[in-house]
Design a protein around this ligand. Structure first.
Ligand code: ADP
Ligand code: MG
Length: 688
């Protein structure tokens, strides 16, 4: 029997070449694709709700007689109709309307309306409801919950519904192929799950569906997560096939470097260093994620990896997400590597003119061994002579797609560069199984000795003066402090203005203190000067935007004030807080929040007061905010599932691992069709 995978959408009623082309843009080519175009949510139009029983905020069907319809001239002209059933009255309000529409709403006309109930000036109201004229009282209602499909302009909900209804009819005649291997004890049959989700019966629980807990959803979510996991493994295999230059450990170079440091690596650092060393020696590209809490010493690990590549005559590119962090790395590595005679080069988006040209030339001719910069390092015109290793710091700020782009940058004939990704934002295990199945993981689970815990307090902004006094007291004792200004807008200029205003305020309040200001709008040389002065202790207080979030390292700074912390994610706050607690002094972090703060907001901030464990904080963050935000918006492409939801479906992930492994080992023929079914052509991973 032919399956619906072979049946083109062109065979369906109402699908001409134009619609077929639009559907193709969605990756919908055959009837099976339509079945896997799953609703986002549902409306209940299976029953008529008496007006008196309609509650504010609910989407309901009501039915009644028009009592009056008038054009009202208020602040906005609107067409207002009163509709009444046996139980009560409700106002329909239209801000856009035609003369014809008004004439349809004659008193006495019987209407059935669907819309959201709100409370307006005249009691219960619906704005722009969908409505139809009905004759008797017994006009049939919808037989199933009404699905709302994901769509953009070009294909309307009714079109999707009609198409999917036809697809369901086909599904009753022709089978849909079961692609999960027999080991998975799925309690719900695939065809039944699809049928259910496109047309849930009137008694289906909307609440269960909304929360993604219906067995039909779980059945498909499991399959979808398996498909994603397989596609990440596939991607990785593809990279591995291309090979990479094997880079042999250079014990002498490494020990020269380690001996030059004023400290010995922690056990965790040594372990991760040797994991990386083993990876680099293999003839295929390393893809390793190093997770280490703020201050765990990831830079040293990066340096060890870099030396192994440089010792083998290869170049290393080190990319950081912000100029300021890249500059910090520049300073650290200059100190460490220049005495060893290693040549370095710098490239950022601000490198212009002859400087840029000479940087590019030195990279292309292998004159520079270690190249440090921002994502400007991976623009198309940048070429490396012998790139052996790419190090990406603070990975969560780069998307997966960007990450994949980097490995392409390899000299001809040498295969792909090895890749080391470092993040301080711990990625919860469950999430990493899906989002990072293509990476090996190392964890630096130990802080260098002598770190002090940071005491965190929540103080509301009405006590700002006390906080300012506290800063003054701390600085008069020779301590240094950060004052961090936050703004939601990803807008350098606004952020800079806010920081400037705060710096001005603090300079007035604390004239005796040397106060510096650093933000994203400063020129690199200006930033450098401020950071150097702060590091040297010439400034007591540094007012900054969140540009200092990552990497900045000034051990004598032991007090941090974060303004409006409620605007930031917990992981980001944890990062910020990691700028203090780096020296021997007891350190403090003051979260100076704006009132009123919601219960959830307070709960979130309390997590920071209670814990300094980045992993715990990240789990909480995920719980309170959802994965899209934790990973950063740029990363969400990967996390946009059709039906699976994290963390709601976290508990499926162990089973996902087992099934994925079983497919790879015992049923490899299932992998392609599964990936195809859920991720289309698989192109979505490759395009940026
Ligand atoms: P992060 O993991 O946040 O990037 P860094 O690499 O910036 O951490 O290291 C933080 C600080 O700890 C730096 O000042 C660094 O020199 C220092 N450090 C790193 N490793 C050790 C160690 N093994 N012993 C003592 N200090 C260390
Ligand atoms: Mg770092």
């Amino acid at each position: 029997m032919p399956g619906i995978a072979n049946l083109s959408v062109r065979e369906l009623r109402g699908v001409g070449p134009k619609l077929a082309a639009k559907l193709a843009d969605y990756g919908v080519h055959c009837v099976e694709d339509l079945l896997f175009h799953l609703p986002l949510r549902y409306q209940d139009r299976t029953r008529v709700t008496p007006i008196a029983a309609a509650t504010e905020g609910a989407d309901v069907v009501i039915e009644g007689e028009v009592r009056a319809a008038d054009v009202v001239f208020g602040r906005r002209r609107s067409l207002v109709a009163r509709i009444q059933d046996g139980s009560g009255t409700l106002t329909l309000r239209f801000f856009h309307f035609s003369a014809a529409q008004k004439s349809h709403l004659q008193p006495g006309t019987r209407l059935r309306c669907f819309g959201q109930v709100r409370r307006g000036s005249s009691g219960l109201e619906m704005y722009h409801p969908e409505y139809q004229q009905v004759q008797g009282e017994n006009t049939p209602v919808a037989e199933a919950l009404t699905p709302i499909y994901p769509t953009t302009a070009g294909i309307g909900q009714n079109q999707w519904r009609k198409l999917c209804e036809q697809a369901l009819l086909q599904l009753r005649r022709e089978p849909v192929k079961e692609l999960l291997p027999p080991i998975s004890e799925v309690p719900y049959e695939l065809a039944r799950a699809l049928q259910f989700l496109h047309a849930p019966p009137p008694d289906a629980s909307l609440a269960l569906l909304r929360e993604g807990r219906h067995p039909a959803q779980l059945r498909l979510a499991l399959e979808e997560l398996v498909a994603h996991n397989l596609s990440l493994h596939r991607l990785r295999e593809k990279q591995q096939c291309e090979g990479a230059p094997p880079l042999m450990p250079d014990a002498k170079l490494l020990s020269t470097f380690l001996n030059s440091l004023p400290f010995a690596p922690t056990r965790a650092q040594s372990r991760v260093l040797s994991e990386i060393a083993a990876d680099l020696a293999r003839p295929y590209p390393m893809l390793r994620l190093v997770q280490g809490d703020v201050g765990s010493g990831k830079t040293l690990v990066a340096a060890g990896a870099a030396l192994q590549a440089i010792g083998n005559g290869f170049q290393v590119a080190l990319m950081a997400p912000t100029e300021i962090l890249a500059e910090q790395h520049w300073r650290t590595f200059s100190q460490w590597f220049e005495p060893m005679g290693i040549t370095m080069e710098w490239l950022s988006g601000r490198s212009k003119g002859s400087k840029r040209a000479s940087a590019l030339a030195r990279m292309a001719s292998a004159e520079a061994s270690l190249i440090i910069g921002t994502h400007a390092l991976f623009q198309d015109e940048v070429a490396f002579a012998r790139l052996g290793l790419v190090i990406v710091d603070e990975q969560h700020r780069f998307g997966v797609h960007q990450r994949l782009n980097l490995t392409r940058k390899t000299a001809p004939g040498l295969g792909r560069a090895h890749q080391l990704v470092m993040t301080a934002t711990p990625i919860p295990r469950t999430l990493s199984m899906v989002a990072y199945a293509d990476l090996d993981c190392s964890v630096i689970d130990e802080l260098p000795p002598g770190r002090t815990a940071v005491t965190t307090v929540l103080i509301d902004n009405s006590r700002r003066q006390e906080v300012v006094a506290r800063v003054a007291a701390a600085c008069s004792e020779g301590r240094q402090a950060y004052w961090v200004c936050t703004l939601i807008e990803e807008n350098d200029t606004l952020q800079a203005q806010a920081a400037e205003a705060t710096a001005e305020e603090l300079r007035l309040a604390l004239p005796e203190l040397a106060i510096g200001l650093v933000h994203g709008r400063l020129k690199p040389a200006e930033k450098e000067a401020v950071m150097t002065a702060f590091k040297a202790g010439k400034l007591s207080l540094l007012v900054a935007t969140t540009v200092i979030e990552v990497g900045v390292d000034v051990p004598n700074a032991s007090l941090m004030i974060v303004e409006n912390p409620e605007r930031l994610g917990l992981a980001q706050l944890h990062q910020l807080r990691g700028r203090v607690g780096r020296g021997a002094q007891a350190s403090h972090c003051v979260l100076l929040y704006q009132t009123p703060l919601s219960a959830n907001g307070k709960q979130r901030l309390s997590v920071l007061r209670e814990s300094s464990d980045g992993f715990y904080i990240a789990e909480k963050d995920l719980e309170l905010r959802g994965p899209g935000e934790v990973l950063g918006t740029r990363q969400t492409g990967l996390m946009e599932f059709r039906i699976a939801e994290l963390p709601a479906h976290d508990y499926l992930l162990d089973e996902v691992q087992v099934i994925s492994e079983n497919i790879r080992e015992s049923h490899p023929e299932l992998a392609d069709p599964l990936i195809q079914r859920w991720t289309g052509t698989g192109q979505q991973f490759a395009k940026v």
